[in-house]
Design a protein around this ligand. Structure first.
Ligand SMILES: [Zn+2]
Length: 338
C-alpha cells in the first residue's frame, strides 16, 4: 500500500509501504479521505521538527476491511464507516489513566505513539476507530479530529452564557470554534479573519461580527464591538504577531486561549502588568485524543457541509493538496486516498 512519507526536510514522497495484518485488538481500515491539517506543511518544511522519515496525515476517515479476533469491544464490523483517531495511546500509563491520553507517556507503544493516515490503508487499535452517523459523509468525517482539537478551546477556559468571545483566525479549526462558541451562548461573537470568503463563512456559521485585519484597525474595531474587551480571546490564526494584542483585547478577569500552531516558535514579550492588573489568564491548547468520543457526538450538531469548500486531490497529487491548503483560501482541502 502507498503512503505519504516525509523522507527529509523539504521532500515528501508517495511510497510503497508494508501493511501488517491486524493484531488481536486491531482493525484494518481502507482510508477514504485525509484532510490537510495545520501541522502537515510545517512537517515537510521542518518548521515543526519531527523525527524523519515521518508519515504524513492525521485527519482521516475510512471503511473497516478486517478486524483482529479481539476487536470486539466496540461493536465494529467490516464495512463500517469510521473516523480515525491518530493517537495510539497505551491506555495504562499515568496520563492515560487520568484522561490525558494525548500525553501518553509510552511514546513507543507498541509501534509508535501516532498513526499517520495520508495513505491507502492503516491498521489501528480498535479504540482509534469510531463509527460514523449515517448523516455524516466520509469527507465531513475528516473534521472529527479538528472538532476534538477545538473542544478544549471551550473546556479549558469555559465561557459562561452571555460572555463575549473573540476568535482570531477562521480556518478549519477557527470555523469549528465559532460554532462551538455560538452553541455556548457567546455574546458579540466576533471573528478576525483576512480572507473575505472566510469572513462570510464565519457569519454563516454564527459569528455576529467580522473584522478584516488587513484593511481595518482590527484592535480598534474589536473594542468598538465590545468596549470592555472580550471575556474570551481565542487565538486560532497561528500568526504570532496577533498574540500581543490578545492581552489588549481580553476583558478584566478574561481568558486568552492559545490555540494556533506557531511554526516560528515565538518568544513572547508580554506586558505582565497588564495580565496582572486584569487578572487575565492564558491557556495553551494541545491535542484531543481523550475528546475524540465527544467529537464524534458533536458531528451532527455542527454545520460541516458549509466547511467543505475546498478542492479534493487524488493521493498521488498530495503535494497539490498541501499547496492548496497553504494558500489559506479554503476551510478544507482533502486528499482522496482510495
Ligand atoms: Zn499511556
Amino acid at each position: 500500500m502507498k503512503a505519504v512519507i516525509v523522507e527529509e526536510i523539504g521532500k515528501a514522497v508517495l511510497k510503497e509501504m508494508p501493511l501488517a495484518d491486524p493484531g488481536f485488538e486491531e482493525v484494518k481500515v481502507r482510508i477514504a479521505y485525509c484532510g490537510v491539517g495545520a501541522f502537515d506543511p510545517f512537517i515537510i518544511t521542518g518548521e515543526i521538527a519531527l523525527p524523519l522519515p515521518w508519515r504524513l496525515g492525521y485527519q482521516a476517515s475510512g471503511i473497516i476491511e478486517e478486524l483482529g479476533p479481539g476487536a470486539l469491544a466496540r461493536g465494529l464490523k467490516v464495512g463500517d464507516r469510521v473516523a480515525l483517531d491518530q493517537y495510539r495511546y497505551c491506555g495504562s500509563c499515568y496520563n492515560c489513566m487520568h484522561d490525558r491520553e494525548t500525553f501518553c507517556e509510552r511514546r513507543d507503544y507498541p509501534y509508535g505513539y501516532l498513526d499517520q493516515m495520508m495513505a491507502e490503508y492503516i491498521v489501528v487499535h480498535q479504540r482509534q476507530a469510531w463509527k460514523l452517523p449515517d448523516s455524516i459523509s466520509l469527507e465531513e468525517a475528516t473534521l472529527t479530529e479538528n472538532i476534538g482539537a477545538c473542544l478544549p478551546a471551550m473546556d479549558l477556559a469555559p465561557p459562561k452564557m452571555g460572555d463575549s468571545i473573540l476568535v482570531i483566525g477562521s480556518g478549519t479549526c477557527g470555523s469549528i470554534i465559532v460554532q462551538l462558541a455560538k452553541l455556548q451562548g457567546a455574546k458579540d461573537l466576533t471573528v478576525v479573519e483576512p480572507v473575505s470568503f472566510k469572513r462570510d463563512l464565519a457569519l454563516k456559521l454564527g459569528a455576529k461580527h467580522v473584522i478584516d485585519p488587513k484593511n481595518q484597525d482590527w484592535v480598534a474595531e474589536a473594542l468598538k464591538i465590545s468596549p470592555r474587551g472580550f471575556d474570551r480571546v481565542i487565538e486560532a490564526s497561528g500568526y504570532s504577531e496577533m498574540l500581543p494584542q490578545c492581552i489588549d483585547l481580553v476583558a478584566q478577569c478574561g481568558k486568552i486561549v492559545l490555540f494556533g500552531v506557531y511554526p516560528d516558535n515565538p518568544k513572547l514579550d508580554y506586558d505582565v502588568h497588564k495580565i496582572w492588573f486584569k487578572e487575565a489568564s492564558i491557556h495553551g491548547v494541545f491535542g484531543q485524543s481523550n475528546l475524540f468520543p465527544r467529537a464524534v457526538d458533536m458531528l451532527e450538531s455542527l454545520d460541516l457541509k458549509s466547511m467543505m469548500d475546498g478542492p479534493t486531490f487524488p493521493l498521488e497529487d498530495f503535494m497539490k493538496a498541501i499547496e492548496a491548503h497553504k494558500t489559506g483560501q479554503y476551510a478544507r482541502v482533502l486528499v482522496k486516498c482510495t
